[in-house]
Ligand binder design. Sequence first.
Ligand code: COA
Ligand code: AMP
Length: 629
Amino acid sequence: MSKCQTYQAMVEQASNQPEQYWGHAAENISWIKPADKVLDDSDKPFYKWFKGAQLNTCFNAVDRHVLDGYGEQTAIIYDSPVTNVKQKISFSELQSQIEQLAGAMAAVGVTKGDRVVIYMPMVPQTLVGMLACARLGAIHSVVFGGFAAPELATRIDDAKPKLVLSASCGIEPNRLIAYKPLLDEAIELSQHKPDHTIILQREQLVASLVPGRDLDWVSAASQAQPHDCVAVEATDPLYILYTSGTTGQPKGVVRDNGGHAVALAWSMENVYNVKPGDVFWAASDVGWVVGHSYICYGPLINRCTTVVFEGKPIGTPDAGTFWRVINEYQVKSFFTAPTAFRAIRGCDPDGDFIKKYDISCLNALYLAGERCDPATLHWAQEQLNIPVVDHWWQTETGWPMASNLLGAAPCDIKAGSPARAVPGYDIQILNAEGEQVAKGESGMIMAKLPLPPGTLSTLWQNDQRYVDAYLSQVDGYYLTGDAGYLDEDDYLWVMNRIDDVINVAGHRLSTGRIEEVLCEHDSVAEAAVIGVNDELKGELPLGLVVLSSANRLGDAEVEKELISQVREHIGAVAAFRRILVVDKLPKTRSGKILRATMKKIANGEKYVVPATIEDDTVLEMITQSLAAS
Ligand code: COA
Ligand code: AMP
């Protein structure tokens, strides 16, 4: 079979015989009970994969490898240039740490179906925490450490955790982040109060514990009875991961156990081209979906060694860090965000640091999280001389929707495109009327239902929002929120978001949430936030504010206060530093703020003045202000 036929055959089988296709893929997973039905579509649009099956995700990621005789293989490599620590943890050691922590969690009452929020830095214990939840059948919700206390509080109120796992601090290159005070503040702010917290004390900063509520991680785990894996339904939730949507209220993406395990195992082999025993490294953060799927679950389920890296692409200590790690641990497949490469390229344009290390072990580089500009892709190709795979997916899907399948059916690379749809995803471009458009024509990127295993099953305790946000645009289709086109070779070109989500250094943020925070300030009457192109971070938020009549502060003072307000309410990760005070915001006659038009103006792109504009002189004023700023 030629490579091209292999791809076509995979696509056809996955779409014409999905139960057979994914039933076969499920053979890589150890089940306690097999499925009664591989794809249950009796309650559309809520499709259920592996209905009736039982398994335990932690067993699949850890215990079975120990039982199979691989207990001595390294499961996790922890490399932390910010603390100068390097550590290797075998599958046996990992199993023992997980069963102890699971025992400690059970001792404070955590059982199957309970939620556990995890607010932690990039240390191996974060994975131990996630896997301990999976072991108990508890549902974890990891919150990225760069989020501030109010964002954490919002997630605590939605998930209603019995327990929070956290650490005394995180370590950024320029400062310590005291997590525990942020957690205390979040618990103070939230309506729901978790019964307990378990805190990992790090030597860089020891946190004070609230007696009766906060437990010390090491002593709680060491005193606990080891806990075994609990059988869960394939359709039971494994985790909730909050992501930004159009409104300020984050969306709690729910991932099941069974479909997730099957899809990740499939992707490790077919997309990432790694075999059990290989070293796989995703240089991301466990707070994002990449970290869930490809730092924690995917590599471990596939019995790969995973790297937990606590550092940055540059500055820890230099732009050679990635190459050192790849060389030192013989990484075979490497995943990061294009922004990391732009940062490295900025510091090391000629690749001098790359030449210092033998990285011949590396077979491929995978980039995702944001659009990969061709210049960055070409630079990476030239410097590394290996396939550079731009692939496209999102928190909701949990694994790639479009990618070059290096492990199954490699295809030519076209810079700027994440290649073709991954088998199982029927990606189509539709217009506003829900009709398919011609090849080369732009429209909404949508996926025909059902989505393959491993994709979101709903939003946490909000089926209606799931339907409204994703399934209502066109009947029978999932709305990805991205716009783009398919070319004559069926390569996908992802061009922009169709909603108010922006992508800052590979981090997904809601402009609506930033606007909410700006409007909470007494001096602000109205605000609009848009994403403006940035050479390093892809996009940066820019706030346009109209001051209220009650304002008594000067513009500079208001700007300073608003910038720190966004940092305190959302977090440093929003990278919110630019504000423009304007007299009025441009609107349509029905009162809708023309954000997309302002974005085009700010980015120096061509734009058409909408026919429905209320007052076009406002747009002229904005153009002048943006040009002057
Ligand atoms: N905890 C607390 N604060 C955090 C944090 C965390 N886990 N991660 C980031 N921050 C803070 C940073 O310290 C920084 O604060 P500052 O404003 O005081 O400097 C701010 O959030 C922005 O951080 P970041 O986006 O990391 O920007 P940077 O300028 O420090 O670094 C890059 C730029 C390109 C090196 C960095 O953005 C990067 O490595 N990006 C890759 C992102 C990624 O992997 N995304 C996942 C999708 S695959
Ligand atoms: P997140 O849910 O944070 O992973 O963000 C997902 C969004 O990031 C997608 O919907 C896209 O808008 C964008 N994105 C991710 N990967 C790519 C890619 N390879 N090309 C273009 N956009 C991407």
